[in-house]
Design a protein around this ligand. Structure first.
Ligand SMILES: Cc1cc2nc3c(=O)[nH]c(=O)nc-3n(C[C@H](O)[C@H](O)[C@H](O)COP(=O)(O)OP(=O)(O)OC[C@H]3O[C@@H](n4cnc5c(N)ncnc54)[C@H](O)[C@@H]3O)c2cc1C
Ligand code: SF4
Length: 330
């Protein structure tokens, strides 16, 4: 492991200034991803600017009825917060579906959004990988790719984003707040992750050196009846091979509003807007739910070994929406 410097930031502007002063520096949240990548040599920062002690660890209601979640809130505190559990239950479920208790105690909201892919070639320095070494090629396309993307990928990279939390945030139209030397800024989650294209190493639209300060969830009554369902290869402590965050508002058997986002199918949490369009105003039954899933998955371009994800996601969408509709009918 390369030697590196360590500095704890006292305040937000100080953290941003420290990073701006050293192009070789990186922010350190819980370190549960960054430090692992440093050990394997994928990341080689010369300095870490620790942001965990910054006063960004609150979860507060916003004046319009939403919630503002600080960037250094741990995954455990986020999942346990009474207002998150009550108003955005799928977010609590998504966070609890990820990693382990110990990791969730360390991992932060900002770090979770910026965690890197779990593609095995990305961390294997002996293999070509466009994301790690631009222009070197993608080993996964003709190699091991059973848990890679079926939506929105490119010939340059087919990796998936591993975050569970991000999937629920995508369904609820979260906005990422950040700070740079030029002042504060914000990015809707829908615009936060860049399309893969031919630059898979460029993952987000954050300006260089930006510190994520928090995530704002707009008010969404529909989110109170929401669910996160994750499929993985073992029952706990495993990344998703497919997941769904869904919310449904049903009145007299008709869908008034639906929110749907997919995980582990694309380079970013995938908001399923084509499916939502099919659902809205339609009868809340299995036929509609299957048609919604098919509308979204029509764009799927599976590789030889991950076509199962299309069937898996279709079944997952139908199952989760059926459960939510049954709950609404009770
Ligand atoms: C064994 C294991 C299993 C896991 N399983 C899952 C799982 O099932 N589901 C899941 O979603 N996740 C899982 N994770 C990933 C885990 O959730 C992430 O490692 C964690 O959320 C990252 O948060 P962190 O605060 O530790 O980030 P760090 O490792 O500290 O940082 C990650 C990145 O974010 C940057 N960063 C951190 N904070 C900020 C900030 N405020 N502003 C700007 N940049 C910042 C860092 O510079 C770095 O690039 C697993 C991890 C491990 C090790
Ligand atoms: S899928 Fe992406 S991360 Fe994996 S080897 Fe290809 S370029 Fe690298």
């Amino acid at each position: 492991m390369r030697e590196f410097g360590y500095q704890r930031a006292d305040d937000v502007s100080g953290a941003v200034a420290l990073l701006a002063a050293d192009p070789d520096a990186r922010f350190l949240g819980g370190g549960t991803n960054l430090v692992d990548l440093m050990k394997t040599g994928v990341e080689r920062p010369g300095r870490l600017v620790d942001v965990r002690e910054l006063p960004l660890d609150g979860i507060e209601p916003t004046s319009d009825g939403g919630l503002r979640i600080g960037a250094t809130v741990t995954n455990s505190d986020l999942a346990a917060h009474p207002e998150v559990r009550r108003r955005y239950p799928a977010l609590t479920q998504a966070v609890l579906a990820g990693a382990s208790g110990q990791l969730r105690n360390m991992a932060t909201v900002g770090g979770n959004l910026l965690q890197r892919t779990r593609c095995g070639y990305f961390t294997d320095l002996s293999k070509p990988c466009n994301k790690r070494a631009p222009g070197s090629g993608c080993s996964a396309i003709k190699g091991e790719h059973h848990n890679h993307a079926v939506l929105g990928a490119s010939d340059h990279c087919v990796a998936v984003h591993p975050s569970d939390m991000g999937v629920a945030l995508a369904a609820f139209d979260a906005v990422v707040d950040y700070e740079t030397l030029d002042g504060p800024g914000e990015l809707p989650l829908a615009d936060f992750y860049l399309p893969v294209g031919d630059t898979p190493h460029r993952e987000t639209a954050l300006p260089p050196g930006a510190l994520i300060t928090g995530v704002t969830l707009p008010p969404a009554a529909v989110a109170a009846r929401s669910r996160y369902r994750k499929v993985r290869e073992r029952a706990s402590y495993a990344f998703a091979i497919g997941s769904v965050a869904a919310a449904l508002d049903v009145e007299d058997g008709v869908v008034r509003e639906a929110r749907l986002a997919f995980g582990a199918v694309a380079s970013r949490p995938w908001r399923a807007r084509a499916a939502e369009a099919v659902l809205t105003g339609a009868s809340a039954d299995g036929e509609t739910f299957a048609a919604a899933a098919d509308a979204e998955l029509a764009a799927a371009r599976p590789l030889p070994d991950n076509g199962y994800k299309v069937t898996l996601m279709r079944n997952l969408v139908v199952a989760v929406l059926t459960e939510l509709a049954e709950e609404a009918a009770r």
